[in-house]
Design a binder for this molecule. Structure first.
Ligand code: ATP
Length: 243
């Protein structure tokens, strides 16, 4: 296994007076796909937002690539190599597909140069041929699955060491959801990108993950390899629909 790229220790978070994360510990190693599972409201999105700097943790620490980044704002964290695809994607619906992709690389433009970024956009088009076909179309005209591909492609153009994906299969038809999760696995296999994945679709997520953490009311109720989690009876009855 690779070196630890993300380490969360004793993390707590609140919304006003209400504490929603109660001392979370988790680690992700380089090259892994790790899932955060759990019911609605368990705290998955809040945890992801604390990691990427969109929500300020109350206590505890987040270490990324050997540096403490707790409470560092999201725009700085992205420059350190963490990309975040939020729930419901948030692509720019009135910009073209290609302009959306350019925006993913905008902070690297000066350093990398236009030619390099053009080549990288071409790699994204190779990975997602439908985006090349639709490159002049406005982002908002794409289907849900295509918008998710665009959001992932845009995030990859920031050349992340760690990709955070919040419910990439949300609202997609089952076959498209499966395709998106398979793409996540292919990206890791081809490019070695480390992925932390929030999903309510536990079966789909576990099929492509190395390890998983199950959150319940703001605490880690269970952690283990995908195989261990799939066969845990508590998970089977609570999340996998098996008695
Ligand atoms: P979901 O899958 O529904 O997004 P989740 O596991 O990601 O669930 P969170 O969205 O992190 O859970 O929510 C954790 C708790 O915090 C929930 O009780 C939720 O109601 C509450 N919460 C989330 N966002 C806010 C907010 N902006 N203000 C107040 N409470 C919030």
């Amino acid at each position: 296994m690779g070196k630890t790229i993300l380490k969360v220790q004793d993390l707590t978070a609140r919304y006003g007076p209400i504490q929603v994360l109660h001392g979370i510990n988790l680690q992700v190693s380089e090259g892994e796909i790790v899932s955060l599972l759990g019911a609605n409201g368990a705290g998955k999105t809040t945890l992801l937002n604390c990691i990427c700097g969109l929500h300020s943790a109350k206590e505890g620490t987040v270490e990324f690539d050997g540096q403490e980044i707790t409470r560092i704002p999201a725009e700085k964290v992205v420059r350190q190599g963490m990309a975040h695809v939020p729930e419901r994607r948030q692509i720019f619906s009135t910009l073209s597909v290609e302009d959306n992709l350019w925006l993913g690389a905008s902070h690297r433009m000066r350093e990398a140069g236009k030619q390099v970024i053009l080549q990288e956009i071409d790699q994204i088009y190779q990975r997602f041929p439908i985006l090349r076909e639709r490159k002049r179309q406005m982002g908002g005209t794409l289907s849900g699955g295509q918008q998710q591909m665009l959001a992932i492609g845009r995030a990859l153009l920031s050349k992340p060491k760690l990709l955070l994906l919040d419910e990439p299969s949300l609202g997609l038809a089952p076959l498209i959801a499966k395709e998106i999760l398979q793409i996540v696995q292919e990206i890791r296999d081809q490019w070695g990108t480390t992925v932390l994945l929030v999903e309510q679709n536990a079966i789909g997520a576990l099929a492509v993950s190395d390890r998983a953490y199950v959150l319940q009311t703001g605490t880690v109720m269970l952690e283990g390899t995908a195989k261990e989690i799939v066969s845990d009876s508590r998970v089977q009855s609570a999340y996998l629909g098996k008695a």
